[in-house]
Design a protein around this ligand. Structure first.
Ligand SMILES: [Zn+2]
Length: 359
C-alpha cells in the first residue's frame, strides 16, 4: 500500500511537472491555467523557464522550430525572423523592421498566437495602438482567430489602419493607458496581452539567436535596444542567457537600453535619478509609451547601460538613417541617436519598426 501511495505521488508529481511549463517570475508558483494572467498568489508575471539546451542546428526552420520552442507543435508562420544584419562603418544594424507586419513584435506574436490556437482559443483581446496590436492582428488573421484590439480613444495613424486592414476589430476606450488595458482584460475575450503573456516575450529570444548566429556564433560587445514595456529587452536577454547556459557563447553581451526624455522610467531607476512621468506622452517616439512598466524590476537586471535621447536627437538620427536607405519609425531611430552619444566598438543596433507605418 505504502509503495502504491508513493507510486501515485510520483505519478502525480510527474504529471504536474509535465503540465507546469510556466512559473511566476516573483514567487516561483506554477501557472495553473492559461486563464491565470498574473500570478494568483503574488500578482507577479509568468515566464517560461528554458530547461533544454540550445540546438545550433541552423536549418531552414531556424530559429522557429520545435527544438527551440518545445511547447509549439505547429507554427502559424508568416515568414517571421531571419531578418538581415548589415554593416555600415563600425555599426551593425539588425533590420528587424523587415518582419511581416513591419516590426520585431512578429517574433512574439507568432509564438503566442500559435500557442493559443493549440489551446483552442479563437477570440482574443489585446491592448495596443501600435506594433504589438498590428502583429497580433496579422497573426490572428493568419490563424483564423478573431482579434479585438483595444486602443486609447485619442490614438490615430497608420498603425490603426494596419490593424483594421487585417480584419481585427478596433475598440476605442476613453481614459488612461491603464483604462485601455483593463477594458481589454475584462472584455470577455481571451486576454492575449503582449506584456503579460509569457509566450509573447519568449518568442523574442530568437532575436538574440540570430544576432549571435550572424556573427559566426560570437557575441557583439554591445546591443542597443529601444525600451518601453520591456518585452524586447527581456526577450533578447533571455535568448542570450540561453546561449550562455548552453555553452554556445562564453559571456553575455552588454545591453544598452535606450529611452526618451519623456518616457525614461528604466534609465531613472538604473541611474538612481528622479523621474516624473508626463500627463501625456507627446514625443515623436510614439511606440515608447510605458511610463510605469509592470516588468521594471526585471528590466533593470538585464541592462548594462541606459541612454536617454530627446526628440531633436531622434529626428536627426531618423533623417540620417533614412539617408542611408534605412526608413524606420522614430521610436526605432532612438538607438542610432543613443549610439551617437555612447559610441562603442562592435555594437549591434536593433532597428525595430518600419518607417512606412508613420509616414
Ligand atoms: Zn507569484
Amino acid at each position: 500500500m505504502h509503495y502504491r501511495t508513493n507510486k501515485l505521488v510520483i505519478y502525480l508529481d510527474l504529471l504536474f511537472s509535465s503540465m507546469v511549463k510556466e512559473v511566476c517570475m516573483r514567487c516561483g508558483k506554477g501557472r495553473e491555467s492559461i486563464y491565470e494572467i498574473k500570478c494568483s498568489k503574488c500578482g507577479g508575471p509568468f515566464e517560461i523557464p528554458i530547461d533544454f539546451e540550445f540546438d545550433k542546428y541552423n536549418g531552414k526552420d531556424f530559429p522557429y522550430n520545435e527544438k527551440n520552442f518545445p511547447y509549439i507543435k505547429h507554427f502559424i508562420s508568416l515568414g517571421e525572423g531571419r531578418t538581415p544584419m548589415i554593416k555600415r562603418g563600425k555599426i551593425l544594424f539588425k533590420l528587424d523592421f523587415l518582419n511581416p507586419s513591419g516590426s520585431y513584435k512578429d517574433r512574439g506574436a507568432v509564438t503566442l498566437v500559435s500557442y493559443l490556437m493549440e489551446k483552442g482559443i479563437r477570440r482574443i483581446s489585446e491592448d495596443s495602438s501600435g506594433n504589438a496590436g498590428s502583429a497580433i492582428a496579422a497573426y490572428s488573421a493568419a490563424a483564423g482567430i478573431e482579434a479585438y484590439i483595444f486602443v486609447p480613444e485619442t490614438a490615430k495613424g497608420g498603425k490603426l489602419k494596419q490593424i483594421e486592414s487585417y480584419g481585427a476589430h478596433l475598440i476605442r476606450v476613453k481614459g488612461s493607458r491603464e483604462d485601455v488595458a483593463k477594458a481589454a482584460e475584462n472584455s470577455g475575450y481571451y486576454y492575449a496581452s503582449h506584456v503579460l503573456q509569457p509566450q509573447f516575450r519568449d518568442g523574442i529570444r530568437t532575436l538574440a539567436y540570430e544576432i549571435v548566429r550572424d556573427l559566426d556564433w560570437k557575441i557583439p560587445n554591445y546591443v542597443f535596444l529601444p525600451v518601453s514595456a520591456g518585452t524586447l529587452l527581456l526577450g533578447v536577454y533571455k535568448g542570450f542567457k540561453h546561449l550562455l547556459d548552453s555553452g554556445v557563447i562564453s559571456e553575455m553581451p552588454k545591453i544598452v537600453a535606450v529611452q526618451t526624455e519623456q518616457v525614461m522610467p528604466l534609465c531613472a531607476k538604473f541611474k538612481n535619478i528622479s523621474y516624473m512621468p508626463p500627463d501625456k506622452v507627446t514625443s515623436i517616439a510614439d511606440a515608447l509609451v510605458s511610463t510605469r512598466p509592470f516588468l521594471l524590476d526585471y528590466m533593470q537586471k538585464a541592462i548594462s547601460e541606459c541612454v536617454v535621447v530627446n526628440d531633436n536627437e531622434i529626428l536627426e538620427a531618423w533623417k540620417e538613417l533614412a539617408k542611408m536607405g534605412l526608413l524606420v519609425e522614430y521610436s526605432s531611430a532612438t538607438v542610432f541617436a543613443a549610439y551617437k552619444k555612447f559610441s562603442v566598438d562592435n555594437g549591434v543596433l536593433v532597428l525595430t519598426g518600419s518607417g512606412l507605418k508613420v509616414l
